[in-house]
Write a protein that binds this ligand. Structure first.
Ligand SMILES: Cc1cc2nc3c(=O)[nH]c(=O)nc-3n(C[C@H](O)[C@H](O)[C@H](O)COP(=O)(O)OP(=O)(O)OC[C@H]3O[C@@H](n4cnc5c(N)ncnc54)[C@H](O)[C@@H]3O)c2cc1C
Length: 399
């Protein structure tokens, strides 16, 4: 008989209907015109983020003792999926959820007490995640930003980050920096440390020295920036966990991040499939609805099948995560499959809407641009395939 004592059940229903309903009500207040205007002005969607925070949705993963809702990851997935299954986009605030992996698991009691209640109430934003650097990209362990200990109570940061999203709208940043030179560590993943940088203090240091932030003119309104550190002093109290073990902490939170981002992609896929299906039924050309043509119908149907399959993998990853089980393979595969399904749906929708897809008022082209991102960030598809090839299939390491 098969021993099922360690089995994990995957829910068939989407679940968290009350949360989905509440988030939907908020999203209804922020129609496509709101996002088109923000996109045009490269503005941060402050009102939207405040509405989500006020209703408690961004504190979903923060334990109740710190003022959050203490919900499991599947509830946070429901929040993000619902946002993306609408004209809205969660990129302005989703980091608040995935940074929790590092802070909750590895932050000490004093750090949690100091920051989590403010984050849960919306008084403090932890939206910036400084990992990627211009010269090292996906090769994270080779990053060059340095944090040098000064006395017992401070670190001095020097270096540069790129694509640090939301940093201009965040009070805190999780920063990965090198504390031990690469030639003095045994493994290349060692010698990196995570800091919770209080940007409010940093921006005010010695007449603006310390941190310089420059916005990147990008293809989507992601409020993403270059960040330059010039002798920025960070209290040693803000080191998360043990010095030199930071890469492990960041990797730890990456499974949560993959599952959460995959849920956004599932929402995107559903949005595009619904919009494309409705339009294909309504739009009449050559005396019949365009959806009657299989050339129009099949790409939408295929994207639906892809999204439905990806959803199962994402649910499996979330169920394993909630059971405290290893979910690296499922989280990576779920993220890749969901991002690909969303992109297939986006492409099908663009094509179905014909020329009207390009008119901003239809809410297709902007979502199409936004959806493309998840093939590249927070991790590109090749890196996921390398993970599967190496860790799941046991093939040689490729980098
Ligand atoms: C809008 C936006 C927002 C972002 N927000 C953040 C953020 O908030 N914080 C943050 O830290 N980062 C952020 N990023 C950065 C993002 O995570 C990186 O762009 C991504 O990880 C890829 O790194 P790279 O751009 O340096 O590409 P590279 O590492 O230069 O890679 C370029 C291409 O080569 C491929 N490649 C590289 N090496 C290999 C290999 N060994 N095998 C196969 N293929 C390979 C990659 O898959 C990719 O397709 C953001 C990026 C964007 C565009």
């Amino acid at each position: 008989m098969i021993d099922r004592s360690d089995s994990v059940s995957i829910p068939i229903e989407r679940g968290w209907e009350d949360i989905r309903e509440g988030v939907r009500r908020i999203c209804d207040q922020f129609p496509n015109e709101y996002w088109v205007k923000n996109d045009h002005e490269a503005a941060y969607p402050t009102a939207f983020v405040n509405a989500l925070t006020g209703a408690g949705y961004l504190g979903a993963l923060i334990p109740e003792e710190y003022g959050g809702s203490g919900l499991p990851i599947s509830a946070a997935c429901a929040v993000l999926e619902t946002i993306h299954d609408s004209p809205c986009n969660a990129a302005a605030c989703h980091a608040q959820m995935y940074t929790m992996g590092t802070v909750l698991r590895h932050g000490n009691a004093a750090q949690k007490q100091k920051y989590l209640p403010g984050i849960a109430s919306g008084e403090l934003r932890l939206q910036a995640f400084g990992v990627t650097e211009p010269t090292t990209g996906s090769d994270t362990t080779q990053l060059k930003t340095r944090a040098d200990k000064k006395g017992n109570d401070r670190y001095v940061i020097n270096g540069q980050k790129v694509w640090t999203s939301r940093v201009l709208h965040s009070d805190l940043m999780l920063l990965l920096a090198r504390t031990t030179p690469p030639d003095q560590v045994k493994k290349r993943s060692e010698g990196l440390s995570v800091f919770l940088v209080d940007l409010r203090e940093a921006k005010g240091q010695s007449g603006g020295k310390g941190v310089e932030i420059r916005k990147i003119d990008a293809m989507l309104n992601h409020n993403t920036c270059e960040v330059f550190f010039d002798n920025l002093e960070v209290p040693a109290d803000n080191l998360i966990g043990v010095e030199g073990q930071g890469f492990k902490y960041i990797v730890d939170s990456m499974n949560a991040e993959r599952i959460l981002i995959a849920s956004e992609s599932l929402g995107d896929a559903r949005y595009f499939i619904r919009r494309a299906t409705e339009y294909a039924k309504e739009r009449v050309v050559f005396g019949r609805s365009i959806g009657q043509n299989q050339g129009v119908q099949f790409p939408i149907a295929r994207a639906h099948a892809q999204a439905a399959a990806a959803e199962l993998m994402v649910k499996k990853a979330a169920a394993l995560f909630e059971a405290g089980r290893d979910c690296g393979a499922e989280a990576n595969m779920g993220k890749m499959l969901a991002a690909e399904a969303a992109w297939a749906a986006a492409e099908a929708c663009m094509q179905t809407f014909g020329g009207f897809a390009y008119a901003r008022e239809y809410g297709i082209e902007r979502k199409w641009r936004e959806t493309r991102l998840y093939q590249t960030a927070p991790i590109s598809t090749n890196m996921i395939l390398a993970y599967v090839g190496q860790h799941v299939l046991g093939m040689p390491r490729s980098y």
